[in-house]
Design a protein around this ligand. Structure first.
Ligand SMILES: [Zn+2]
Length: 673
């Protein structure tokens, strides 16, 4: 990018005093952009690229951030990233040197304690200056000279001054000095001070030192920090008040632009040793679910782009949607986007913290690897464990339907590469519905050279004809039983789902969507109002679409709770759920997927306790299948008769003893009430 191209446009200079405008234009025309400055002047003093010139090619996202610094869109820049990701270089060293040496401006360098700023200066900034041609500008003797310990300020031989400032101590230390540029490090350590007293907010006081430069558009604030807690200052600045910008990379497998997070990093869990954990931990693309190799990952990193909150990314990487109306560029990135960390390193960090099993260890990983806030008051409400789920394995072989079954209900969860499915048997006993998992599995979707959603349809047809419609063996009988209802998730590829349902027969196949509080779900649950073409049920609603097809809305929060409660309940108790005798690894994986989401409560200031489902593992398909099937059982009428209603008056309400065989003999199967 040429320096001339970075001249401020006429629009940004109008409104200034004519002299200031002229000066601004002259000033800018002779100055390079920060990106150009960094690539031409910065030599890395340490790390794997020691002695080499800084290059945006090595860490493409740094170039993107420098371009944001160079644009005139924002004047406050808050960056929060993991350790060993070039955070200090990007948000402290480069801006400091650029404003001191290229812009020849005075800079304030702020930190919670004076000694912290001075330490960062000696350890991170000075070595870079010493390797650059600006070493000549360092004072020959006294404060800040080579080898000397800096005191309160350093005056360079080009006339610019660097002034250290700290967050603590009396106001007199901060209130007299002004400069157009403020660079802050370790801002997170000032979080607590901020919470205690708004008036004494040291960050705001330091920022006020740039106030007189705001009118000329020269004021700049750069802050480097680690995420702390949700109610902390860092989270507020970056996520709530700022643009909450994130990196997106193009998945080399599905070509979708994705921004993987902690929940997408899996495979290391439950490994016996740290080496195995390191070898197996992978980023799973949030788009297609494929585990990335290091090659896939670096391919995605090379294509990195930045999108602000609320913006969308088109198939060719074009970012659309308005830029949030804020002065603060709030940017966070996680370890997946740092080329200095291998997936192996991320996996071993996670594994070690998991083994340590303390809040402190978990907090460190969440904040320092994932740049996510530690949710202080978060609580997992369910006491379900994997062992408890696995204690529900019965002697009944996989594929066998229990004798007293009233309905078999299936669920298929669509994916581009894999479709997951469950087939459950349900019957009413007393006050509750009992469920037994008859069979479960995963349909591989074969693709040609191009990935096409039609391939999903083809795979589903084969599965329907070869498996679903072949039925399942009734326990102790010759009879083969087919499913009463099979729900098909319509959240991912609604058209494919509806085509499949239509051609398979809408009497026994139906499209469904889950709605709830989990962050990955498309919509929150809203109680559907009564109306034509609508059937309102117990935490579900069947809504006729304009094209005449039905779509089942399921309240996922409720039904996930039923599944977790069902596995937590003793076998045979009302609402309990059991598993078939199957391969140990398959069952262990099934239990892990059921545990992939946790029911949590969190205290949110101003709102009180908030309950929600939190996806802790990306592989949650079997939980979706299980709760969908359970909701489907209610839809087909497998539910206890309401206590106030006389037997039989409930219409479709199934009763105890109303077995599969009896219902089949009566020939009256209806969906819904
Ligand atoms: Zn993908």
């Amino acid at each position: 990018m040429a320096a001339v191209a970075d001249m401020p446009s006429e629009a940004t200079l109008t409104g200034l005093h004519p002299v200031a405008r002229m000066f601004g234009a002259m000033h800018m025309a002779t100055r390079r952009s920060m990106r150009q400055f960094a690539e031409e002047e910065i030599v890395l003093p340490e790390g794997p690229r020691k002695g080499l010139h800084f290059s945006c090619e090595f860490m493409p996202f740094m170039g993107l951030v420098l371009d944001v610094f160079d644009s005139d869109r924002f004047w406050r820049f808050w960056g929060s990233g993991p350790v060993q990701s070039g955070k200090t270089l990007l948000f402290v060293v480069i801006p400091l040197m650029y404003h001191l040496f290229e812009m020849e401006e005075n800079v304030i360098f702020g930190a919670p304690e004076l000694s912290m700023a001075q330490e960062t200066w000696v350890q991170d900034v000075l070595p870079v200056i010493e390797r650059s041609r600006y070493a000549d500008l360092l004072p020959r003797r006294g404060a800040g000279s080579q080898g000397g310990t800096p005191r309160l300020s350093i005056r360079f031989r080009n006339g610019a001054t660097l002034r250290f400032m700290c967050g603590r101590g009396g106001d007199e230390k901060r209130s007299s000095y002004t400069a157009p540029v403020l660079v802050m490090t370790e801002v997170d350590r000032m979080d607590e001070v901020t919470v205690q007293s708004r008036e004494a907010d040291p960050l705001r006081q330091m920022e006020n030192r740039t106030r007189s430069f705001m009118a000329t558009g020269r004021a700049r604030v750069y802050a480097e920090c680690t995420m702390t807690i949700k109610t902390g200052r860092v989270h507020q600045e970056v996520v709530e008040w700022g643009t909450d910008s994130r990196l997106y990379g193009r998945c080399p497998r599905c070509k979708v632009w994705v921004s993987p997070k902690r929940e997408d990093f899996a495979g290391w869990e439950d490994k016996e040793d740290i080496i195995t954990a390191g070898e197996t931990g992978r980023t799973h693309c949030p788009g297609c679910g494929v585990a990335w190799t290091e090659g896939d990952r670096s391919g995605a990193l090379e294509t990195a782009i930045i999108a602000h909150k609320g913006q969308q990314i088109g198939p060719r990487g074009g970012v659309t949607g308005p830029v949030p109306r804020t002065q603060t560029f709030g940017f966070r990135w996680n370890a997946i986007f740092s080329p200095l960390l291998r997936q192996q390193d991320i996996a071993t960090t996670e594994w070690r913290a998991d083994r340590a099993d303390t809040d402190e260890a978990r907090k460190w990983v969440i904040q320092h690897t994932w740049a996510e806030p530690w949710e202080l008051d978060m609580m997992d409400l369910s006491d379900l464990t994997r062992d408890l789920i696995l204690s529900k394995v019965t002697k009944r072989p996989r594929g066998t339907v229990p004798k007293n079954t009233q309905a078999l209900v299936g669920f298929i969860d669509l994916g581009l590469y894999q479709c997951w499915w469950n087939m459950w048997a349900f019957w009413v006993m007393g006050e509750g519905v009992l469920g037994h998992l008859v069979d479960f599995g995963c349909i591989e979707v074969p693709h040609g050279r191009e990935k096409r959603p039609e391939a999903i349809l083809a795979a589903m047809r084969t599965f329907r004809d070869d498996t679903l419609e072949q039925g399942w063996q009734m326990e102790g009988a010759q009879e083969v039983v087919k499913h009463r209802l099979c729900l098909v998730d319509a959240g991912y590829q609604p058209d494919i789902t509806q085509r499949f349902v239509r051609e398979s027969g809408a009497r026994r196949y139906m499209a469904s969507v889950g709605q709830g509080s989990a962050k990955h779900e498309n919509a929150v649950w809203k109680q559907v109002k009564k109306g034509k073409g609508r059937v309102i049920g117990n935490h579900w609603a069947m809504v006729r679409q304009p094209d005449g097809r039905n779509l089942l809305h399921m309240h996922s929060d409720h039904w996930k709770g039923e599944v977790h409660d069902g596995f937590a309940a003793p076998a045979g108790a009302a609402g309990s759920m059991t598993l078939p005798d199957a391969d140990r690894h398959d069952l262990a994986d099934y239990a892990r997927q059921i545990m992939a989401e946790e029911h949590k409560q969190e205290y949110v200031p101003g709102k009180g306790l908030v309950y929600y489902w939190d996806r802790v593992n990306r592989m949650n398909h079997d939980l979706d299948c299980a709760y969908g099937a359970q909701c489907g059982a209610d839809v087909v009428g497998v539910r206890p008769a309401p206590p106030a209603t006389p037997a039989g008056a409930g219409g479709g309400g199934a009763r105890s003893g109303d077995s599969y065989a009896e219902r089949k003999a009566s020939g009256k199967w209806t969906i819904g009430r």
